[in-house]
Design a protein around this ligand. Structure first.
Ligand code: HEM
Length: 240
């Protein structure tokens, strides 16, 4: 049997698919990890402690999962939603009452957004509690802070889109608070709203930020964040 496995793993066909022998020794096991497009995201070796659910509670992975869910459900909502002060509110009502599974996808998107903020904050608390922000991971902590700000930005910009009373007044209050920022306050408000008050220009800007700008930066920075986890030697538990 052993010689058959040996013969297969040495054959040209096997070698054309896999650049390693049968993974029954440390070298071939390492090669399995480094030559596979999916596995190479993981370090070659991990400490058992870092695999314990109670170390990270998988909160970072849960946040990534929620981001992907939001991207998918958000794309589906875009098929029925038009960012216009005349249409937006009606589009949401139609989506909820007449579009098959419309209410389900809207609710998945809304609950997913709340949960993503919660998961990112809990993940940050876990990283702090386990001291995983310390060198060499301080850069990734910084990336995490930007990710949290972007996540909050996605929630804030999405809030205006249903164009109901709650959205209108929440964004009116939110942008008024932003205008009290010293030096840049008035400019920030103007950039966000595109005019003196919440209207069509604000809706257009919030829509562009919500469906394109913020998700693009989130996707890019999540990739950087996970790559950094890999390059910093996996989770911090590996070092203790
Ligand atoms: C969109 C938000 C975020 C996503 C999608 C995300 C994703 C992840 C993932 C998948 C991991 C590895 C596995 C895990 O710990 O569960 C991780 C680790 C890490 N994250 Fe985040 N993260 C986010 C926000 C943050 C925030 C807000 C911070 C802190 C300010 C942060 C700092 C870190 C650090 C330092 C690590 C390495 C942890 C260790 O070595 O134990 N991340 N992140």
């Amino acid at each position: 049997m052993a010689s058959l496995v040996d013969a297969v793993t040495r054959s040209r066909v096997w070698r054309s698919f896999f650049r390693h022998g049968f993974p029954d020794n440390p070298l071939d096991r390492s090669l399995v990890m480094t030559t596979n497009i999916f596995f190479h995201l993981h370090p070659v070796k991990v400490n058992l402690k870092s695999l314990k659910v109670t170390y990270s509670f998988g909160l970072g992975v849960i946040t990534v999962f929620l981001f992907v869910t939001l991207a998918i459900t958000g794309t589906l909502l875009m098929f029925y939603y038009v960012p216009s002060v005349e249409r937006s509110y009606g589009d949401i009502v139609i989506l909820q009452t007449q579009v098959p599974f419309g209410q389900l996808f809207r609710n998945l998107h809304r609950w997913g957004a709340h949960l993503m903020v919660l998961a990112a904050v809990l993940h940050m608390a876990r990283v702090f509690y386990t001291g995983a922000y310390k060198p060499p991971r301080e850069f990734n902590w910084g990336v995490g802070v930007v990710l949290l700000i972007l996540t909050l930005g996605a929630s804030f910009t999405g809030y205006l889109l249903p164009w109901d009373q709650l959205s209108f007044w929440a964004i009116t209050v939110g942008t008024s608070i932003a205008s009290y920022e010293p030096l840049m306050g008035a400019t920030i408000k103007k950039i966000l709203l595109g005019g003196p008050e919440v209207g069509q220009d604000a809706l257009t800007r919030f829509y562009a930020l919500h469906i394109m700008v913020i998700p693009a930066f989130l996707a890019l920075l999540i990739a950087l964040h996970i790559w950094r986890v890999r390059k910093d030697g996996g989770l911090a538990a590996n070092e203790t």
